[in-house]
Ligand binder design. Structure first.
Ligand SMILES: C[S@@+](CC[C@H](N)C(=O)[O-])C[C@H]1O[C@@H](n2cnc3c(N)ncnc32)[C@H](O)[C@@H]1O
Length: 353
C-alpha cells in the first residue's frame, strides 16, 4: 500500500491527524536524549490533558457522561457518611513494595450469586462505572464482572455502589494486576473468558515505562493462568502505549490475533514498539521522524467489540478523539513455569475482604 493510502487508513480510523491524544500530532523529539525525551513526554501529556480541560470540551464530556452513566443514578446513592469522600491520589506507583505481593483472591461464593458464570476481568477499572454498565448490559448481564484497581478508595466506593444497586454479578478488588491477576484467575471457580486492559496509565516518561501494566511478565502470567480461548482486549487513545501492548502480545506467542486489522507500515520494526518508542518516532515539529514508519497501522477495524464504553472512552467519544484497539485470544501453547526470580511472596489478606 502506498504511503498516502496508509495515512488515510490511519486517519479514517483515528478521527484525523489533528486529533490530540492519539498519535497523529503528538509533538516529540527525534532522538533519545534524556532532555528531549522529557520534553516529548511533557508535550504529549499536556496536549492530552489540555484537550480535555478546554471549557467547550468539559461541557461536551459532561453531557456525554450524563447520557451514558446518568441512568445508573449514582448521585442518588449517598455514601459520604458511610465511606467518606473518595479522593484517591492521581497516580500510584505499581512498583511500590506494598503492591508487589499478590492479594488473597476474593471469596467468590460470597461476592457472586452464581460462580459458574463466565468472568470478565477489567484491569485498571478506575471508578468502576464500566463494570456497573456491563453487569446490567443486555449482552453481558449473564456474566460475572470483576474490576481490578490499584487505587483502593475507588474500589471501596464501586463495591458500595454495586451493593446498593443490588447487583450480584459485579465486584471490585484493590490490588496491582501485575502481582495479583494470576492468583485471581486461577482461583475463579468458573472460566475467565475476557480480560480487558482499557486506557491504561501511559507513564509517558521512558524511565517510568516499567510501571506500565502490560509487561512481558504480565502477559506470561495471564497466559499461564487463563484457558484456551480467553480473549485479551486492549485499547487506548495513546497510540504508542497500545502499540507497545499489541507488539508485546504478538511477541509472546501465547495469544493469537482476532479480527481484521488496518495495514501496518513495513518500516515499523516491532522492537520499536515493544521497547516503548513514544519519542523516537517523532520529530520536534510533530512529524514522524525521517526513516521511521509513516503510521503504526495494524489496529482492529470496526467498533469496539465489547460494545460498552469505559469512563475514559466516553470522554474520547465526546471529543471525537481516536481510539486504537486490538483483540487477542489465548492459544494452546504451553507456558513454562515461572522463573525463581519472578516469584513474589505469598498472599496477604485482601483489603476488601
Ligand atoms: C487511565 S485509567 C483508565 C480507567 C478505565 N480503564 C477507563 O478506561 O476509563 C487507568 C487506571 O488503571 C489503574 N492502574 C494502574 N496500574 C495498575 C495496576 N498495576 N493494577 C491495577 N490497576 C492499575 C489506575 O489507578 C487507573 O485508575
Amino acid at each position: 500500500m502506498e504511503g498516502s493510502a496508509k495515512r488515510s487508513a490511519a486517519q479514517a480510523l483515528s478521527g484525523g491527524p489533528e486529533a490530540a491524544g492519539g498519535g497523529g500530532n503528538a509533538s516529540a523529539s527525534d532522538n533519545d536524549g534524556e532532555g528531549d525525551s522529557k520534553r516529548a513526554c511533557t508535550d504529549l501529556r499536556s496536549r492530552v490533558a489540555n484537550t480535555r480541560s478546554e471549557p467547550g470540551n468539559i461541557k461536551k464530556i459532561d453531557q456525554a457522561w450524563k447520557e451514558v452513566f446518568g441512568h445508573l443514578k449514582l448521585e442518588d446513592v449517598s455514601l459520604v457518611s458511610e465511606i467518606g469522600k473518595t479522593r484517591p491520589r492521581n497516580h500510584v506507583n505499581p512498583l511500590a513494595s506494598q503492591f508487589l505481593s499478590p492479594v488473597e483472591p476474593p471469596k467468590w461464593a460470597e461476592i457472586f450469586e452464581d460462580t459458574s458464570k463466565p468472568l470478565f476481568i477489567d484491569v485498571g477499572c478506575a471508578q468502576g462505572r464500566f463494570g456497573l454498565l456491563m453487569a446490567t448490559n443486555e449482552k453481558w448481564k449473564d456474566w460475572n464482572h470483576l474490576g481490578i484497581e490499584i487505587r483502593a478508595p475507588h474500589v471501596t466506593r464501586a463495591n458500595a455502589w454495586a451493593e446498593r444497586k443490588g447487583l450480584k454479578n459485579v465486584h471490585y478488588v484493590s490490588c496491582s494486576a501485575n502481582s495479583s491477576l494470576g492468583p485471581i484467575i486461577s482461583s475463579y471457580p468458573g472460566t475467565v473468558e475476557w480480560v480487558a486492559v482499557q486506557f491504561p496509565d501511559p507513564h509517558f516518561k521512558r524511565k517510568h515505562h516499567k510501571r506500565r501494566v502490560v509487561q512481558p511478565a504480565f502477559l506470561e502470567d495471564l497466559a499461564r493462568h487463563s484457558q484456551k480461548g480467553c480473549k485479551l482486549f486492549m485499547q487506548s487513545d495513546i497510540e504508542e502505549v497500545v502499540a507497545q501492548m499489541r507488539d508485546r502480545t504478538d511477541g509472546c506467542s501465547f495469544f493469537d490475533r482476532v479480527g481484521t486489522y488496518t495495514p501496518r507500515d513495513e518500516a515499523l520494526d516491532p522492537e520499536i514498539c515493544r521497547n516503548g518508542a513514544d519519542d523516537s518516532l517523532w520529530t520536534k515539529s510533530g512529524q514522524r521522524a525521517e526513516g521511521k514508519a509513516i503510521d503504526f497501522g495494524d489496529w482492529l477495524e470496526g467498533p469496539n467489540p465489547v460494545g460498552v464504553p469505559t469512563e475514559r472512552e466516553v470522554q474520547n467519544q465526546a471529543l471525537d478523539l481516536p481510539v486504537y484497539r486490538c483483540l487477542f485470544e489465548r492459544n494452546d501453547r504451553d507456558v513454562p513455569p515461572p522463573s525463581l526470580n519472578t516469584t513474589v511472596s505469598g498472599p496477604k489478606p485482601h483489603p476488601e475482604a
